[in-house]
Design a protein around this ligand. Structure first.
Ligand SMILES: [Zn+2]
Length: 156
């Protein structure tokens, strides 16, 4: 029965269980791919800059959310980030107790957005808002262009 035909009697309805093999590829988009390439090749974060409002955004993105125009200019972030917010998690994804992990939102002076990542700090009491941090990167040969190329952020 073609999908556009309607069932007129309930006895025509059929049910079966099967599986459909699906494969898909997801891209990070034009700006996302540039961001990932810069992280993989040079271990730096790429920000995009709006020509109209002069705002910069990390991770790099194609359009300014304020001006709704394409951002063609990019720049790499050379300076250390800072801890904008953080929390310590002592449960895993299934809710079972686990080793505490401190997760932070890392922002950069003069740049909107930020990177959420692990902090390589053993005691959460040692973390302070605004503390300067730098990424700890995997060796270049091991990097894939994903945020997991960063092992964690550590105090600068
Ligand atoms: Zn703008």
């Amino acid at each position: 029965m073609p999908i556009l035909e309607k069932i007129s009697q309930l006895s025509q309805a059929r049910h079966w269980t099967d599986s459909i093999p699906l494969e898909f590829h997801y891209t990070a988009g034009v700006a996302g791919e540039e961001f990932r390439r810069e992280l993989k090749k040079n271990g730096r974060f790429l920000a995009s800059k709006c020509a109209k409002c002069k705002s910069s955004y990390v991770p790099a993105r194609m359009f300014c959310p304020t001006c709704f125009i394409e951002m063609k200019e990019t720049r790499t972030i050379e300076e250390a980030g800072y801890v904008y917010s953080y929390t310590t998690v002592n449960r895993n994804r299934t809710g079972d107790p686990s080793e505490p992990v401190t997760i932070a939102l890392i922002r950069f002076e003069g740049v909107k957005g930020g990177i959420v990542h692990k902090l390589n700090i053993n005691e959460s009491g040692r973390v302070t808002f605004g503390m300067k941090v730098v990424p700890m990167l995997k060796d270049m040969a091991e990097r894939t262009g994903a945020l997991t190329d960063i092992l964690a952020f550590k105090a600068a």
